[in-house]
Ligand binder design. Structure first.
Ligand SMILES: [Zn+2]
Ligand SMILES: [Zn+2]
Length: 343
């Protein structure tokens, strides 16, 4: 009977939660912001960043609600905020109204000595208004309980892991001659990031962590080991403030997803660095990069949205991870999918 109901649901195209034993991820399109929903095989759920604030918050919270419905969720247990820039925390109050978060994780107090962008105090105030009494400050090296999946905090408040995880720790040959950038003084550099592991599968999301901090994670030894899936830092290495090759090539992701906007992230240099990942099996994009030619975009079937933002329907990219470590990436615009088997 249960099988019949599932078959019927899929014939009718109804929302269906993850299969038993699967970890599921939705990279939600918030037009070059951050909002990634992760559902543990235990049913526990976490949203990593909550999209844009101001007049865009309603659009983004609607897209978060769409992903919840697709995953069969009535609420989301955790909100993990990488940092307090508008495209990551601006949508927190609106997202909270649809997701009813129980707990909040973030990198801690905003330090006024950091160079901040416009309106950050107001956003931070709106955020602290909803988290009161349910907030946990994370540090690099912390873990967050998430059912049979494991969440390791790899960076936060400008510090990175002290010791290697995920089989990492080997000297990294890509450090030699690697481009070094001066210490970044923006809120991006304070980003909290996570490595989520489930069996042989691992997913790295470090928000908008900056090049200098990526180098701290990668050199002289790569502290993260190899990862299965990498959410390309800073929406696909925006303005090359992120996307250090020494980290990207050492973690050697099998698949890269960029949560880029139509004109934000995934510029040709980012595309080219990703192509240099040894053994790369797939690159997927939230958006067609409108300023780039076809040779510097993923194949169209692996791009979730092709239009500029005012015409965008906000299709998500879904990842279903089996307990054996194989995973399937699906473009929810056209249902094109690819399976990445255990190797
Ligand atoms: Zn951002
Ligand atoms: Zn879009």
């Amino acid at each position: 009977m249960k099988t019949f109901a599932l078959v019927l649901a899929s014939v009718l195209g109804l929302a269906q939660g993850p299969a038993p034993g699967d970890l599921r991820i939705y990279v939600i399109d918030v037009e070059g912001g951050g909002a990634t929903l992760v559902v543990s095989p235990s049913g526990r759920s976490m949203l990593i960043d909550s999209g844009n604030g101001g007049p865009l918050a309603e659009r983004d919270s609607t897209r978060i609600a769409d992903a919840m419905r697709a995953a069969g969720l009535m609420k989301i247990d955790y909100l993990f905020t990488t940092h307090y820039d508008s495209d990551h925390v601006g949508g927190a109050p609106a997202a909270n109204a649809v997701a009813h978060f129980d707990r909040f994780f973030d990198h801690g107090e905003m330090d006024p000595k950091w160079e901040q962008n416009r309106g950050i105090e107001e956003r931070y105030g709106a955020y602290t208004g909803i988290v009161r009494g349910r907030r946990t400050t994370v540090k690099a090296g912390d873990t967050i309980p998430f059912g049979p999946a494991r969440v390791d905090v790899v960076a936060a408040q400008g510090a990175v892991l002290g010791r290697a995880i995920n089989g990492g720790g080997q000297p990294n040959p890509y450090c030699q001659g690697a481009e070094v950038k001066p210490p970044n003084t923006t809120e991006n550099s304070q980003s909290a990031g996570v490595l989520i592991s489930y069996g042989a599968f691992s997913f790295l999301d470090v928000g908008d962590l900056t090049w200098d901090k990526e180098m701290d994670l990668a050199c002289p030894a790569n502290k993260l080991g190899r990862v299965s899936l990498f959410l390309a830092t800073h929406h696909g290495f925006f303005n090359d403030q992120s996307g250090a090759g020494a980290l990207l090539w050492a973690i050697q992701p099998r698949v890269v997803i960029a949560n880029n906007g139509p004109r934000k992230g995934m510029a040709p240099p980012a595309f080219d660095r990703i192509q240099r990942v040894r053994g790369l099996e797939g690159l997927w994009q939230s958006h067609l990069a409108l300023a780039s030619d076809q040779a510097h975009n993923a194949p169209e079937e692996m791009i979730a949205n092709l239009e500029p933002s005012d015409a965008c329907k906000g299709h998500a990219i879904r990842i279903d991870v089996r307990s054996n470590g194989s995973f399937v990436v699906t473009n929810t615009r056209n249902n094109f999918s690819r399976t990445y088997n255990v190797r």
